[in-house]
Design a protein around this ligand. Structure first.
Ligand code: HEM
Length: 312
């Protein structure tokens, strides 16, 4: 295991504290299940099994970014949406997304420096000299930092737009290649509330809301892909591609019920951006591979075992 990945998880745990049995970050969340159905444009662009149009089962976990499972939902934070697609041959593939337009860093080394400089992200509200110095020398981090600071409490996990941030190479049936980035668009529309309203709604309002919603009706998202154009960086998650790039809606996610019983009693649920499948490939972006190692460290600590690829 890469020692940098251990260092990253150590730093995250120093920031938030270490909580037995919980993820090092994104500790608080709710797991749901449903189906994903691809639209015809998907099969045109990739031969991946879940993109051919037949509905596939999914598990989606919504989460808050903090590493403290008791962190109230109203605290200023990023939100995550991690989705696992169960493919016909028994294998799985994941899309892991956040409510930011881009990421803070380009390299594992910068992740360590940035995390050391900033520690818990909300404190970048009062940047100390270390973070100011980091940002002065790493201008590429500014967009994500500004976006993070501007995040307002969501009205619901079902009313957030989540982005995959990394580029992936989609390979079609004839071997044709396109680079894409994922976005999950909420069918209910994007909506935020004030911090006062969120506090009034309570420390678990996001978890409760998703339970209530699923009790009433399915929660739906569409999957959008943005296609890279000439000169767009496919290896740098801090770089946003121009807005005018072509986007296509390639599928619909319909979550229908809670998936209880996950993450307990020996079940280990891990979402990993490097878990791709034939028709979807990684780029030279070093962050996904680093994340995969860091997620394994987190699993080792929360579950007490090495990550069992066949179980999650
Ligand atoms: C170097 C950068 C990063 C590091 C070191 C890191 C670290 C971690 C760790 C340790 C976990 C807990 C894993 C587990 O126990 O299963 C986690 C979860 C998560 N990360 Fe990251 N992360 C990074 C970048 C990202 C990016 C770029 C995204 C979004 C595109 C992201 C989205 C998430 C989400 C949504 C979860 C929760 C997954 C779940 O619900 O199980 N992370 N991250």
């Amino acid at each position: 295991m890469d020692s940098l990945a251990r260092e990253a998880v150590d730093l995250l745990s120093q920031t938030y504290g270490r909580y037995e049995g919980h993820r090092a970050v994104h500790s608080k969340g709710t797991v749901c299940k449903g189906t994903f159905t691809a639209m015809p444009d998907a099969a045109r662009l990739t031969r991946a099994a879940h993109m051919q149009g037949e509905p596939v089962q999914v598990t989606t976990r919504f989460s808050n970014g903090a590493g403290n499972p008791a962190s109230p939902d109203f605290v200023q934070d990023g939100r995550g949406m991690a989705t696992k697609f169960y493919l016909p041959d028994g294998s799985r593939t994941d899309i892991v997304a956040l409510d930011l337009p881009c990421f803070f860093v380009r390299t594992p080394e910068d992740f360590i420096k940035f995390t050391r400089a900033g520690r818990r992200l909300p404190v970048i509200n009062q940047p100390g000299p270390r973070l100011a110095l980091y940002l002065a020398t790493h201008r590429e981090a500014l967009r994500a930092v500004r976006a993070f600071l501007a995040l307002k409490p969501p009205a619901s996990y079902a009313r957030v737009r989540y982005n995959g941030l990394h580029a992936f190479r989609w390979v079609d049936a004839d071997g044709g290649e396109r680079y894409v980035r994922y976005g999950w668009l909420p069918e209910a529309g994007v909506a935020t509330i004030s911090t006062g309203e969120a506090k009034h709604a309570g420390p678990d309002y996001l978890q409760q809301d998703i339970v209530d919603r699923l009790g009433r009706e399915p929660v739906r998202f569409t999957l959008q892909v943005q296609l890279a154009g000439e000169g767009d960086s496919v290896a740098d998650p801090t770089a946003v591609w121009p807005e005018e790039r072509e986007t296509l809606v390639v599928g619909t996610l319909e979550l229908t019920e809670l998936e209880t019983g996950r993450d307990t009693g020996g079940d280990i649920l891990v979402f990993d951006p490097t878990r791709v499948t034939d028709g979807i490939e990684l780029t030279d972006d070093p962050i996904p591979r680093f994340r995969s190692q860091a997620y394994s460290v987190s699993v080792e600590r929360r579950a007490g075992v090495s990550r069992p690829a066949e179980l999650d």
